[in-house]
Design a protein around this ligand. Structure first.
Ligand code: SF4
Length: 732
């Protein structure tokens, strides 16, 4: 029966980087409905199928982790324990391993689905208290090449544009982005803009015929991994046909001559041959892009998840800079973040290769400033280990303990056999999650129940740099607690143990304790670094660290967000509003204010096909599921679009091998294998196969498609090549 809501709480959707505002309806106890927030600038009331099902996915406690669990030895089963016992155990084991092996013997692997405040405290615990930069995140798998390219080209991370640009663009270049499925609310906005301006052209670069590609004016169905050749070929045409913007290049950029030399070799015919497309299509794309009054590029995993992802991003940015397609309404390169708070994680520096508020590990001034702001002696100058290298280090014993929060690396990392081996080998594994059944939980020595969406508060930053509040609408089930509070309470315990070790223990109860600290430390230690008495105090500290930086939010507070709604950064003190569009004056964030061209070359995929592994595997998502399906898998209605995992193969390939639709096939790479039913479709090219990433070890006869993917990473951004592996297909 329908329950009439008694209260409504404004919050933000927990899925993709669009960051739609939602209104959560409750009966005071349970979430009974969710609708789009008409006042939120990101979606103006619209929601996609996943957002509309939020109430259904949030309502039930089925499958939720309700109590802390712990085991005394690996061979023993976990048992339910009190929070204090679990928190003490985590603090004791981490402190002991640090004392014996040094700070780099521990690591944290967190998530782009954490809130900014959760992320901030994890980062401070690792880098500010323990003294290791070994904290990385599943955002490494998602957008780290985009970050690297923004920094190399513009001098700072973050997209230049905003969602309003979708309304103004007259040429839209989707590169490795199936926005129709992955960012549906933005896609609806693009459709509306094209309907209002019929001359608007869409170019889609994608090896597959996705829903987005099917609606394109021009679909460039390139060979996987050949994007740099395509963009270099397009730039060659723009340069030699004099469609570049010499005034912009002269006034605002550096490095054009070297780039011109490089792309000289990428004649349209040569580039088109590499990409496997018609030369005329490449020329048309270049013309549409160069001649348009406003060209916008939207890109995502297809560009980023590559062993040359930074180069691909740079080659695309080169096109924008050379043609002056940036800093104006509707023009610019715009990476769409996959996760709801990948941006927030970048802002607090919650990755192994960066520090808080866009500071650099390799910059002594940045380290000294951060140490001063945190009130600690020093910040380590040794870069931490990014995701793939982190699990390698766990597997070979260099990292002894890992704390994994809000993510399921035993399913989502490439080459998961290696991750399972690592978690098996680790001395101590902590898993903090809302859901009990995730693959990674099997390895937990301590399992910490976390509050989920609708049950905790904080902020997230969406793809257009807009910070929105996430608000608690109901209590978490069982004993589950907010992530930030779990981190704080362990951090206080570790701080107390370190202080005791230094003989500086203070008497008296913490002035900031709220009853959450528990254990012996509650009465004997006043935390200096983790005195936060609530989630707002964490945000306020994060804000202080951003002042004077490119992402300055000195003028933003919970009160501002309450009063004026979601805001974009930068938003410095005394600003009347956040900044919608960056670099509008042509001044970039480099020391001399000029953007940098980067002359990049096409390089092949990390694992070319061979006679033994003759198929190119690409992976991706289906429309109505999210990542490992912890939430969306709970809603039967979301399964109707794609009821089961399949392997998609071109009908001609299937016919040649005598495979029939529905037949079980074994997909094997050099690393692992799994079995899936065949679904033939001409949406994949001959020689390629596609499988979705969502189905995991709970649902399959194996851990999922990442049994087969490869851990090869981009040399600058360390993002793995989840979009391509060489595989063999045979009857199961
Ligand atoms: Fe949520 Fe993204 Fe759908 Fe918006 S578009 S409702 S943020 S999943």
């Amino acid at each position: 029966p329908t329950v009439a809501p008694t209260a409504e709480v404004a919050s933000t959707c927990c899925y993709c980087g669009v960051g739609c505002g939602v209104l959560i309806e409750t009966d005071g106890r349970r979430i009974v409905g969710v609708r789009g927030d008409p006042d939120h600038p990101a979606n103006q009331g619209r929601l996609c199928s996943k957002g509309l099902a939020l109430a259904d996915s949030a309502r039930s406690a089925r499958g939720r982790l309700l109590h802390p669990e712990m085991r005394r030895a690996r061979a023993l089963p976990r048992e339910q324990v009190a929070w204090d016992a679990a928190l003490d155990e985590v603090a004791d084991r981490f402190a002991a391993i640090v004392a014996e092996h040094g700070p780099d013997a521990v690591a944290f692997y967190v998530s782009g689905q954490l809130l900014t405040e959760d992320y901030y405290l994890f980062n401070k615990l690792a880098k500010g208290l323990i003294g290791t930069n070994n904290i990385d995140t599943n955002s490494r798998l998602c957008m780290s090449t985009a970050v690297a390219a923004y920094k190399l080209a513009f001098g700072a991370d973050g997209p230049p544009g905003c969602y309003e640009d979708l309304d103004h663009a007259r040429t839209v270049l989707f590169a490795g982005s199936n926005a129709a499925w992955a960012h549906p609310v933005l896609f609806r906005r693009l459709e509306a803009a094209r309907a209002a301006h019929p001359g608007t052209r869409w170019i889609v670069v994608d090896p597959r015929v996705t829903d987005t590609a099917a609606m394109a004016d021009l679909h460039l169905r390139i060979q996987p991994g050949t994007d740099v050749a395509l963009f270099n070929g397009m730039l060659h045409h723009l340069i030699w046909e004099q469609h570049v913007d010499p005034a912009f290049i002269a006034a605002h950029t550096q490095g054009f001559d070297a780039l011109k030399q490089r792309v000289r070799d990428y004649t349209p015919r040569f580039a088109a041959e590499i990409c496997g497309i018609a030369e005329q299509d490449l020329l048309t794309a270049a013309q549409w892009f160069g001649e348009s009054p406003a060209s916008l590029s939207l890109y995502c995993m297809g560009l980023n998840q590559s062993s040359h992802g930074t180069d691909k991003n740079l080659a695309l940015i080169n096109l924008h800079l050379a043609s002056g397609q940036i800093g104006r309404p509707g023009a610019g390169p715009f990476s769409l973040t996959g996760q709801p708070n990948a941006m927030g994680g970048r802002e607090v520096g919650g990755m192994a290769t960066m520090l808080a508020a866009h500071r650099e590990i390799g910059n002594a001034d940045d380290r000294a400033e951060l140490a001063r702001l945190w009130g600690i002696d020093r910040v380590s100058d040794k870069p931490g280990l990014p995701a793939v290298a982190m699990f390698d280090a766990i597997a070979d014993g260099r990292i002894k303990a890992v704390w994994i929060a809000c993510t399921n690396p035993a399913h989502s990392m490439p080459d998961i056999g290696r991750v399972h081996e690592a978690l098996e080998t680790a001395e101590f594994v902590v898993v903090q999650d809302a859901f009990a059944g995730i693959d990674t939980a099997a390895y937990a020595d301590v399992l910490l129940p976390a509050a989920s969406w609708g049950e905790k508060s904080g902020t997230v930053t969406n793809s257009e740099r807009r910070i929105s509040r996430v608000r608690r609408a109901v209590d978490a089930p069982g004993e589950a607690r907010a992530d930030w509070r779990i981190v704080r309470d362990v951090a206080r315990r570790i701080e107390a143990r370190l202080a005791r070790g230094r003989g500086v223990e203070k008497a008296g109860r913490s002035a900031n304790g709220d009853g959450g600290i528990g254990g012996t430390d509650a009465v004997s230690f006043a935390s200096r670094l983790f005195a936060h008495d609530g989630v707002e105090a964490v945000f306020d500290e994060h804000r202080l660290l951003t002042e004077g930086r490119d992402l300055d939010i000195g003028g933003l507070s919970y009160a501002t967000l309450e009063r004026d709604g979601p805001q974009q950064w930068p938003y410095p003190a005394h600003a009347a509003a956040g900044q919608a569009r960056r670099y509008t004056d042509g001044v970039f964030a480099t020391p001399d204010g000029r953007a940098r061209f980067h002359a990049v070359d096409y390089l092949p995929v990390a694992e070319p096909i061979t006679a033994r592994f003759p198929f190119q595997l690409t992976t991706g998502r289906v429309r109505d599921q999210w990542h490992g399906m912890s939430r969306t898998g709970r809603v039967p209605g979301l399964a109707t679009h794609a009821p089961e995992p399949t392997l998609t193969m071109h009908p001609g390939d299937a016919l040649r091998r005598g495979f029939a639709d529905g037949e079980l096939l074994r997909i094997a790479s050099r690393r692992g294998a799994l079995v899936l039913p065949l679904a033939t479709s001409a949406d994949v090219s001959p020689g390629s196969v596609f499988a979705a990433m969502h189905w995991n070890g709970q649902m399959l006869n194996s851990g999922g498609i990442n049994e087969t993917t490869i851990g090869a990473v981009d040399p600058r951004a360390f993002q793995p090549e989840l979009k391509h592996a060489a595989v063999r297909i045979e009857r199961a």
